[in-house]
Design a binder for this molecule. Sequence first.
Ligand SMILES: Cc1cc2nc3c(=O)[nH]c(=O)nc-3n(C[C@H](O)[C@H](O)[C@H](O)COP(=O)(O)OP(=O)(O)OC[C@H]3O[C@@H](n4cnc5c(N)ncnc54)[C@H](O)[C@@H]3O)c2cc1C
Ligand code: SF4
Length: 569
Amino acid sequence: MNYLTNAEKRTYGAIVIGSGMAGGWAAKEFCEKGIKTLVLERGRKVTHNEDYPTTLMSPWEFPHRGRLTDEEIKENPIISKCYAFKEDAKHFFVKDKEHPYEQDKPFDWIRGYQVGGKSLLWARQTQRWSQLDFDGPARDGFATPWPITYKELDPWYSHVEKFAGISGNKDGLDALPDGEFLPPHELTCVEKHFQKEIKRLYNDRHVIIGRCAHLTQPQEIHYQQGRAQCLGRNLCQRGCPYGGYFSANASTLPWAAKTGNMTLRPDSVVHSIIYDEKKQKAVGVRVVDAHTKEMVEYYAKVIFVTAAALNTNLILLNSTSHRFPNGLGNDSGLLGTHIAFHNYRASISAEYEGYLDFKTEGGRPNSGYIPRFRNLYKQETNFLRGYAAGMNAGRSSSTDREGLGESLKNSLLNPKMNQMWYAGSHMMGETIPKESNKVTLDKLKKDENGMPILHVNVAYDDNDDKMVQDFIDQFTEMYTKAGFTNIHHRDTKQAPGLDIHEMGGVRMGADAKTSLLNKWNQMHQVKNVFVTDGACMTSTSTQNPSLTYMAFTARAVDYAVKEMKKGNL
Ligand SMILES: Cc1cc2nc3c(=O)[nH]c(=O)nc-3n(C[C@H](O)[C@H](O)[C@H](O)COP(=O)(O)OP(=O)(O)OC[C@H]3O[C@@H](n4cnc5c(N)ncnc54)[C@H](O)[C@@H]3O)c2cc1C
Ligand code: SF4
């Protein structure tokens, strides 16, 4: 491989690896603070609006009416399990054959390699953690204790929420602190019925409207970003032409670009971080051009690794040197271990007879939410931790597509209103990080960029099975008591990964012997390297994780810039 010269031109104040949810925030914060920042993104350029090819297409303009072909499903047994991998958004997902990895145990790795990462594709649910979540590992004796409290993260949640735009209701719950909310979406009448019944029947359970990253009432800061009100089209995964939901493409990256301090390099695969033994710090990164396969080095005072949890692990494990033969900062030997995820296996469906003078037509890019209620204040079940759940109830019309000619035409023109409301919930369970759940690098096999193939060795355990059963029991009881009928449960037994909330491997902690990052997301052993994506998570809790990654990122940049100014980095 050729090494280019002219190092000065390739020197920046900060390097950010990955341009997705966390990387976008790192870019924005560094650039706003006046730091020349290089954002390295392995995937192609996707510019807000310019590169959303399907965003304004009507259903009949899709050759397969939005579905995948049998051939596509056959060729993509992993990614086609993801509900959002459909004809309108498939161009934003990594196809199975494109970037292989080894599943030592079944693991569905869902990836989006492009500028903006998975922030284009997410379901936009955004809940804060509470102190109860940060207390988890210490209280229940698993993982290592979190080195940070809710109080320390609270202002950074606010910082992120105000800029991103989060809609929600102030519910005043211990398990789910309120944030800086735009007006909430509304629950449907049957969801409200469930809410009322659950409140009447249980003193520890609550049904609320989901908190989500949609501009229900844009503020000045959102207009300044060029974003406008969400119109409820519910086609978000195509990229929103109005910037109605938060994505790095619509929000943080253009904001960073406006400062004139950001250099964004798509098609730049970070191979490894360069550690200088004499300086005892990282001095830059090795980057493979995705097209020419040429290797180039870039240098900076500080490096943020935000390549999404497993790729962050891969890069750090691949960053070996005389000082760190087992991966950067890996004196503890724990790099790549304690990978955890969310348990999304179980769901409940039910029907409700009543409210037949109401229906739900049109889009609401949100749903109801039931915050965690199990083992919240003390251990009370035969499994550790707990689960939150989604909740939806809707009634719409359906069309009889049988028949031919005149009768088919008449059926299509006269859809019939369903006589029942359909409702459902799906679990979002916490899993326990374990040393045996880990990622490692293949010693022999490399990919087209010269990066070792990642081995994923992650599985559920007995705790997860017990939690699934409890969800099924509790939600069957809740729906039954609230007057629903035809209640069915399902355990998909889906592999880990399909929750798309993989975390850990580079966890935070106060003790360098049992963790890799300190309370500032800074590597204990390599002070100018920070990890702020899911890899940093010590435990998973039940909340959707991205809001917490964003808050960690903004907080860590603030700290890093202060340290840079003091000459400590
Ligand atoms: C369908 C779907 C629904 C989801 N719903 C929600 C939700 O409701 N709420 C929620 O909180 N989360 C949700 N998520 C998860 C959410 O998208 C992720 O938590 C979030 O995007 C993670 O942010 P990140 O910055 O770590 O990773 P990403 O957003 O994936 O960004 C990482 C970037 O790094 C790049 N990269 C990787 N390796 C390298 C390398 N070697 N060199 C250079 N660049 C590299 C990638 O190409 C990518 O662009 C959902 C995800 C999906 C797909
Ligand atoms: S629901 Fe809102 S954010 Fe999503 S595509 Fe429609 S307008 Fe955009």
